[in-house]
Every structure is written in C-alpha cells, then in structure tokens.
Design a protein around this ligand. Structure first.
Ligand SMILES: [Zn+2]
Length: 475
C-alpha cells in the first residue's frame, strides 16, 4: 500500500514538469485580486507627485510586502527615493531566456471635484470599480502581481525565469522609470519576451468582438514650420505676410494625405478586423489597403472622417498643434511658427518624409524642419514577431478565455515598450476587456470617471496567468 502510494506520488511529480499545471482556486483568487487592486487604487501615485512621501513608493512598498510574504524576493531600484521601481524574479531551469511582465504604478493626475466617485476610493458600483488607474495601469500591475503569486503557489516548473517589473514614471517621467531600468539595471530585467500594457479586448454591446495585442508603435516626433516675411504697419497689407503664409502652410499640411505605408502588423490587423466586421465594413477595410488609388481613395476618406485612428494606422500622420506669431494688433510680424505633431511609422525615412512635407507646403517663404533633429521622443522600435512563442501563447489564451480573434496592433501613441524593444526584447501589449462605448461616454483611461468592469479584471487575471504559464512552463 505504502509502495503503491509512493509510486503514484513519484509519477505525479515527474509528469508535472511536462503537463499543464493544475488550475488555482479561482474563487479565492478573485477575492484576493480585488483586495490588492482596491488597495493600490486607493494609493495616490499621480504624476507629477504631490507632497512627500508621494510618488509611487506606497504602491511599490505594498507590492514588495505582498510578494515577500509569499517568499518571492524583491529588488528595489530608485533613482529618486520616493519613486522606486521594483523587480521580482521566479527562477526557471534556464532552458529558455526569461519572460518579463510589467505594469506601471504611477497614474496621471486628477481634478478631484469632477469625480462622482472619489478618484482614490476604488468604489464598487453596479459591476464596476471606479478610480484613477483602474484601466491605466493598476489593472496590469494587479494582473502581473497575481500571476507571480499563483506561479509560486502552484509551484509551476518553469523553462524560463519570469520577471515582474512594477515601474514608476511611465506617464511623464520615464527618466526615473523605464529609462533608468534599461540604462542602469538592464541585467535585472533582461528577457527574450515582455508582456506590458498597450493592448485590450474590445466589447461591443457587452459582447467580445476582438482582442488587440500591441506589437509595434509609431514614433513621436515634431516638425516646426516657420514663415518669414517683411515686417510692417498693419494698415498696409503685404503679400509676404508671415502669418498669412503660415496659415496656408498649416492648412496644406492638415489637408495632405501622406502615402499609405503598411507593415506586417497593420496588414494583418485590417485583414483580421475585416473577418469580424459587417460585410460593408469588411469591404471598406479591404478597399483601404488596395494599391489602386481609385479603390483605396474613397475607403480611406471614409476612415479619415469616421475612424481617424484607423486612418492614422495606415501612414505617418501629422497634426498641427501649436501656432505662434505676432505681438500686437497693428504690427505685421516678420516671423510666425507652427508645431506639427508627427507620428512616424517605424520604417519611414525621416529625411525623405520631411522632403514630402516641404512639397506639400510648396512655399519658399516657409522652412520645414524637425523640432529636434537628433532624437525622437521615444526610440524607433522594430516590430515584435507574430510567429513567436510569446505571441502564440497570447493568441491561444485569448481564444480560450474570450473566444476572440487576435489582432496584432500598431498603436498610434508610444509606450515604455519602445525602450525594451530597442534592446531587442520582443514585447507585446495586453490588457483587460473594455466596452467600446465607455470611452466616448467619459469612462476611459485618463478620464474623470475612469473605471473597470470588475468581472473583466478577474478574467484578465485568469488570461494573464494562463498566457504566462503557456510561454514559460517547463516542457
Ligand atoms: Zn499606462
């Protein structure tokens, strides 16, 4: 009897290295998830930090204590004492290179009087949890925290280390956050793959429609255009009036359609989006990609007017954002300038693109140049691979947990993943399911009513845990 028992134990143990690990008790997990989530939402970690201690330290301390209680060692890296980053690592066999999972502990600031439920209350109401950071990014922080705790408790055998980074300063101080970690402590977070914020699952009318996994992002830059003309008395109109020429140039740039530039991610995105769209929408997405301008033109015009984010995903985009010129009513100034926010697709040649902008402006009185020629705001990023184990794990777990098709997505905005991708890490942006109707109603990230669907926070934890197990477990 003893012998038989022992044999069973040995068999079970040896199988566990190759089989899918047993599932945690998800009911208990939900209670704990909510507890940690509410605790960290209730901590004011807005950027820029308010009065001391302020900063991200309260959340960093909380996470450290929770992880250490379960026997997971934590390292603290702080360029500024009240804005620490923390790193926790679960060791694998070393057969494969590590997986990094991360979230940022800071949030944007708040105008507290505009909030129905106070921004640091984490109030639960009608299936939602309200508060600053509930969908940016304390949801990801909680999902990754729970993943670490569960991997440890389930004793999941790993082929690769799983590293958790809770980083500070994402919203406006990357100097003390991701840049500090990448430039000075990269050995603590070096990995083959990373999972971070930047994706989500889209629900329409309460039903999941598709999942977005961010695999590449545009590069933010700025172009400055300057008009120069003759200064003079306002009572005598001049043909070379700098303000008038600047106005025409800004109008020309806003009206211009830069050439379509697709990459593997965007081509796949629109193809898969078409597969879950109405026939009319699907035809439009297909037409928009057509090399024939007669076919693509009308479809792209529609997107420009009605789906501007999709129009932006098809090309490098330009948005005039600041105009400056003149100092009193009766003086024609000799100079006027405008700033154009540029979001370049990763394979754009910056010099050639600038030449195209000059041609669109077509005015010898105007100079067109990059506001800062040496560096973009964030580094250019190669696309994360769509055939990697990390991407496949996400795809299969999005199917399992959401029955959703996965759209690899190029985000028009920039994220901290750019710094990691620049080091060669394959990074993928993920996130919980959101109702597409919520953003326009004022409940989205950075809004005065930021909220998360409580059940979707729990589904996200199950998905994140399973995806990490899928890509990191021993086989
Ligand atoms: Zn964020």
């Amino acid at each position: 009897m003893r012998k038989t028992l022992l044999l069973i134990v040995v068999l079970t143990t040896s199988l566990s290295a190759t089989q899918t690990p047993s599932q945690p008790n998800w009911t208990a997990v939900e209670e704990e998830t909510l507890r940690h989530f509410q605790a960290i939402v209730r901590m004011d970690t807005t950027d820029p930090p308010g009065t001391p201690p302020g900063g991200e330290k309260p959340v960093a301390d909380y996470l450290k204590q929770v992880l250490e209680k379960d026997g997971i060692p934590v390292q603290v890296f702080a360029l500024e004492a009240n804005r620490p980053n923390i790193v926790a690592r679960l060791k694998g066999s070393g057969k494969k290179r590590p997986l990094l999972i991360l979230g940022h502990t800071d949030t944007v600031n708040v105008d507290a009087k505009k909030w129905t439920y106070p921004p640091f209350s984490a109030e639960r109401k009608d299936g939602y949890v309200y508060g600053r950071g509930t969908v940016d990014d304390k949801d990801n922080v909680t999902g990754m925290l729970m993943t670490m705790l569960l991997l440890k408790r389930q004793n999941v055998p790993l082929d690769r280390d799983v590293i958790f980074l809770a980083e500070a300063g994402e919203e406006g101080a990357t100097r003390i956050g991701i840049q500090f970690m990448v430039n000075q402590h990269y050995d603590a977070i070096d990995a083959e793959y990373c999972y971070a914020e930047g994706g989500n699952v889209t629900r329409v009318g309460g039903t999941v429609k598709y999942a977005s996994v961010q695999t590449v992002e545009k590069i933010p830059r700025a172009i400055r255009i300057t008009a120069r003309g003759t200064a003079g008395h306002g009572s005598v109109p001049l043909e070379d009036n700098a303000v008038a020429h600047l106005g025409d140039a800004v109008g020309a740039i806003a009206a211009w359609t830069p050439p379509t530039r697709l990459n593997e991610t965007t081509a796949t995105y629109f193809k898969r989006l078409a597969s879950v769209s109405t026939p009319e929408e699907a035809a439009r997405y297909r037409d928009a990609l057509s090399p024939d301008p007669a076919v693509a033109g009308p479809a792209q015009q529609y997107l420009r007017k009605n789906e501007p984010r999709h129009w932006s995903m098809l090309r490098t985009s330009l948005s005039p954002t600041i105009i400056q010129g003149g100092y009193r009513s009766n003086v024609i100034p000799s100079e006027a300038t405008a700033n154009i926010d540029v979001r370049q697709v990763p394979d754009e040649d910056p010099a050639k693109f600038l030449e195209l902008v000059r041609q669109a402006v077509n005015d010898p009185q105007i100079t067109v140049e990059y506001a800062n020629p040496n560096s973009a705001n964030r580094p250019p990023t190669p696309t994360a691979k769509l055939d990697s184990d990390a991407f496949k794990a996400l795809e299969s777990m999005l199917t399992k947990h959401y029955s959703a098709i996965t759209l690899p997505t190029m985000s028009t905005g920039a994220t901290d993943m750019s710094y990691l991708r620049q080091k060669g890490m394959q990074c993928y942006g993920i996130g919980p399911a959101l109702d597409v109707e919520d953003g326009p109603k004022g409940f989205g990230a950075h809004s005065d009513q930021e909220r998360i669907i409580e059940s979707e926070l729990h589904r996200f934890v199950r998905f994140a845990y399973d995806a990490v197990v899928e890509v990191a477990r021993a086989r």
